[in-house]
Design a protein. Structure first.
Length: 106
């Protein structure tokens, strides 16, 4: 039985969901853990407030790992032998927008 994920869960996605949910995060940047609340993000970086009077701005490509103060999301795993684990109302039949082209960084 093979299991595949149809969702790509990235560091940027984790940080954006943490921002939306007001969740505490820790980010690993060049061997140092920074912690706080994500208060802003623009797709290139995030602003993290530590709860005191400090904040830091971190470029997403510098983040090696993220710890989020919440349970991991359910990513909708697909089982090739039994693709639907509930009733057929769970089947997605609509259009889903795809991300647009991105500029190369470097």
């Amino acid at each position: 039985m093979a299991t595949f994920s149809s969702v790509q869960y990235t560091i940027g996605t984790a940080l954006e969901r943490a921002r939306e949910g007001g969740l505490l995060v820790q980010v690993l940047v060049e061997g140092h853990w920074l912690h706080g609340l994500v208060v802003a993000s623009d797709g290139h970086g995030v602003v993290i407030e530590d709860g005191a009077e400090d904040h830091c701005v971190v470029r997403l490509e510098r983040v090696s790992a993220v710890r989020v103060g919440a349970r991991a999301p359910k990513l909708g795993l697909v089982d090739s032998e039994h693709p639907f684990h509930g009733d057929e109302s769970e089947i997605f039949e609509g259009a889903m927008p795809m991300p647009g082209p991105r500029l190369a960084t470097g």
